[in-house]
Design a protein around this ligand. Structure first.
Ligand code: ZN
Length: 527
């Protein structure tokens, strides 16, 4: 699968937001993809909507690598911003220390989602000089002007303005934020450099003390690490305007048409849905902000909450179940008559994803158990069902990173593992074919896991973590469970199978399913 020559590399198509169609990905440099994705502004815990681009573009990078590309993946950290400055002031913290603290929290959740580290993670405050250099170039080219220590981009000077967001300039002017922002010549102009108020976080500049605008950060960091032109630019669809429109205007304003991102990829929204007993009670904007329930909904919307309740990998699986461009409804199940506590709140989508993931890990563990005692197998045929699915999985991802297709192949392969181990295949395969098929499935499932970022953890460790979470969520009596398991082990040792069965039943009633495996009994929390 790791193609070494361009001829072997399959064509990958991407949906380009600028062109509004799928196009074959043709790298600027053969065999290499340079990609930039806008990173977080670090001032709080990120929510599930922010988790989506992290996971979506992690799969993009993993798949491009699996298809043989050398990938340079840059995602910035915005560590200077109005929100950071205001929140730091509220908490009496130094803005830099405040941003550093939230960067660590961001990394914690990022890793929990099983996203691989990007190649580079530049921070805005380390690139003030690069931003100032770009702003100077824009002023020199007549595309920006200074007023009272602030510098603005002249959108009227950039012919392509609005092309990415498909918004006519007149509409953009009408919709431009009405908040006072110095003396802009055109309401659609946007700030490249903001003059600092006394006492504010500021850097010296040719225009006086100030700080950069948000959009210029990405233009400067993308150019520094990926060059004036690079292959992919990603982010949430909410960034298309104004952020990406402005990034594009700044960079093309300097380097000319055709420069900067060759393709724009945007992931879809995640919207709230308040559900109960399979009924949708309210959706998105129809949930009143003054509603008491919003407090709980927001709590549920924080990625950390989702991770703590269901594990980061289940959140990841849930996100990948929908194609990255499509919207997702985030269901929060709350009884309408109970607004008093979080105990009644459930996240059905994540519950389902966690169940699916447990099934995956149990299947992988079964497969490991079955293969462990077997000697190496000489080459030969495998069952036809075990052949070809991994390539179909990759082909699904070649088609604009269609993770639902890939997940269907992955799930079917796990099902095949269980059918073989349950001896359900008819006619029963020859023993050597069965062994070779299981080995092949194990190897291919590892590759599929590596591209999707699923099922990569040691199975016993993931299952133990999952079980601990479930024991806590169900409020099970761990001491009592341990006692019954010990008694059952003794009964089995003494070949008292009637007693062993009674204990199994007692455990079941407590919420525990005991599974006898070749390596001894294991247990899980059942539904
Ligand atoms: Zn950006």
């Amino acid at each position: 699968m790791h193609a070494d020559t361009p001829a072997e590399r399959p064509i990958i198509t991407v949906y380009d937001t600028l062109l509004q169609r799928k196009v074959p990905l043709q790298p600027l440099h053969p065999g290499e993809i340079r990609m930039y994705v806008c990173g977080p502004t670090v001032y709080n815990l990120f929510h599930i909507g922010n988790a989506r681009p992290l996971v979506a573009f992690d799969v993009v990078a993993r798949h491009l690598r699996a298809r043989g590309y050398r990938v340079t993946f840059v995602r910035n950290i915005t560590d200077v911003d109005d929100k950071i400055i205001n929140r730091a002031r509220e908490s009496g913290e130094d803005p830099a220390a405040f941003a550093e603290r939230w960067t660590r929290e961001y990394h914690t959740d990022y890793q929990a989602l099983n996203c691989l580290p990007t190649d580079l993670e530049p921070r805005a405050t380390d690139h003030i000089a690069e931003m100032q250099a770009q702003i100077k170039q824009l002023i020199d080219r007549g595309m920006a002007y200074e007023v009272d220590g602030s510098v603005y981009f002249t959108v009227g000077q950039f012919a392509g303005y609005g092309e990415l967001s498909k918004l006519p300039l007149e509409e953009l002017r009408a919709g431009a934020r009405k908040e006072p922002e110095g003396h802009k010549r055109d309401p659609a102009d946007f700030a490249l450099w903001k003059a600092a108020k006394p006492g504010e976080l500021a850097w010296p500049s040719p225009w006086g003390q100030g700080r950069p605008g948000w959009h210029i950060e990405c233009s400067a960091m993308a150019e520094k690490y990926l060059g004036p032109s690079f292959d992919l630019h990603g982010g949430g669809i909410d960034l298309r305007f104004p952020h990406h429109e402005n990034e594009r205007a700044q960079s093309q304003g300097i380097h000319g048409p055709g420069s900067f991102a060759q393709h724009w990829l945007h992931n879809g929204f995640i919207g709230f849905r308040w559900v109960h007993k399979d009924q949708v009670l309210a959706e998105g904007s129809k949930i009143s902000k003054s509603d008491e329930k919003m407090r709980f909904m927001y709590h549920a919307f924080v990625a950390r909450t989702c991770i703590e309740r269901h594990g980061g990998e289940a959140v990841r699986l849930w996100l990948l179940t929908t194609h990255y461009r499509n919207p997702i409804a985030f269901d929060v199940d709350m009884p309408p008559d109970d607004t008093s506590s979080l105990t009644a709140l459930r996240l059905p989508g994540l519950e389902e994803a966690e169940r699916r993931l447990e099934y995956a890990y149990l299947s992988l563990q079964r497969l490991e158990d079955a293969l462990a005692p077997l000697p190496p197998e000489p080459a030969g045929t495998v069952l036809p069902e075990a052949d070809g699915w991994l390539e179909r999985l990759y082909q699904g991802l070649d088609d604009d990173f269609n993770t639902p297709v890939a997940l269907a192949e992955w799930t079917a392969a796990l099902g095949l593992v269980n059918r073989i181990l349950d001896n359900k295949l008819l006619p029963a395969p020859a023993k050597d074919v069965r062994r070779r098929t299981l080995r092949r499935l194990a190897a291919d499932l590892a590759q599929a896991g590596a591209v999707l970022g699923l099922g990569e953890k040691p199975t016993a460790a993931w299952l133990a973590e999952h079980r601990t979470r479930r024991v806590k969520a169900r409020g099970l009596d761990e001491a009592r469970i341990a006692e019954l398991l010990r008694e059952r082990a003794v009964a089995r040792q003494e070949k008292d199978f009637a007693r062993s069965d009674t204990l199994r039943q007692q455990l079941w009633e407590l919420g525990v399913e005991v599974m006898d495996t070749p390596t001894g009994p294991r247990w899980r929390v059942h539904d």
